[in-house]
Design a protein around this ligand. Structure first.
Ligand code: DX5
Ligand code: ZN
Length: 226
């Protein structure tokens, strides 16, 4: 399966957000990754639903909304209304029953559903849900900030999750998020990721459009071991 690139606007210049999105769209980005933070589940604060709705009118990209919030059930309807295409919640923020409820709320509106795990979180609690979700995101940094280094110790867990997903035929996407750049992107792909979030390595570069192009070229180059 083709590997998708999802630039994370957390690392963009928010003073000219629409232009930043336009640049990565021109560079061939597949998804737009939008990090929602509540200052509670993670120490940082970021975007609310209005940013998603306003950008949605200006972009054709698939909107991949990563909810780093406590009590995600409270905000899921707001992001559905705002135009998210994929909603990912953190397993650490919900009970098994609440996870059921979240999947139901998202899927019945026709969106894709994802579940993220912090680097230290055991993934096996998720096994009963593999068939009913679209994406698993084993985070490669502690959630909260862009510009951190990738925690390579997460890669064996990512590999186990992706093998289990392949065996069961679901979920379709394994996403990698945190500290990914041109030098290490192949490592996460080798661990089974097929949707790659890139923040600072795209928006922190002098030419974000070119940065997306280089990542895509890197993944399709013949020297790739994929
Ligand atoms: C971190 C966020 C990431 C972040 C990635 O909590 O989930 O999406 O923006 O940024 P980089 O690629 O700079 O680690
Ligand atoms: Zn993210």
């Amino acid at each position: 399966m083709r590997v998708l690139i999802a630039p994370s606007i957390l690392a963009a210049d928010w003073g000219r957000l629409a232009e930043e999105v336009e640049r990565v769209e021109e560079g061939g980005a597949d998804w737009l990754h939008i990090d929602v933070m509540d200052g509670h589940f993670v120490p940082n604060l970021s975007f609310g639903p209005k940013v998603v709705a306003d950008l949605k009118r200006r972009s054709k990209l698939l909107f991949d909304v990563h909810l780093m919030v406590s009590n995600p059930l409270r905000v899921i309807p707001m992001f559905i209304d705002a135009g998210a295409d994929l909603l990912t919640i953190h397993i650490e923020t919900v009970s098994q029953d609440e996870l059921e409820e979240a999947i139901e709320a998202v899927k019945k509106e026709g969106l894709m559903m994802g579940v993220a795990l912090k680097p230290g979180t055991d993934w096996r609690r998720l096994t009963p849900f593999f068939d009913r979700i679209d994406l698993i995101l084993p985070m490669t940094v502690e959630p909260g900030f862009s510009g951190q280094r990738m925690i390579v110790d997460v890669l064996p867990k990512m590999k186990l999750i992706s093998e289990e997903a392949k065996r069961r035929g679901s979920p379709r996407y394994i996403e990698a998020d945190g500290g990914i750049n041109l030098e290490n992107v192949r490592m996460v792909v080798e661990a089974g990721a097929n949707a790659i979030v890139v923040g600072s390595a795209v928006f922190g570069s002098p030419d974000p459009k070119e940065a997306v192009r280089s990542l895509k070229a890197q993944l399709s180059s013949p020297s790739s071991s994929m």
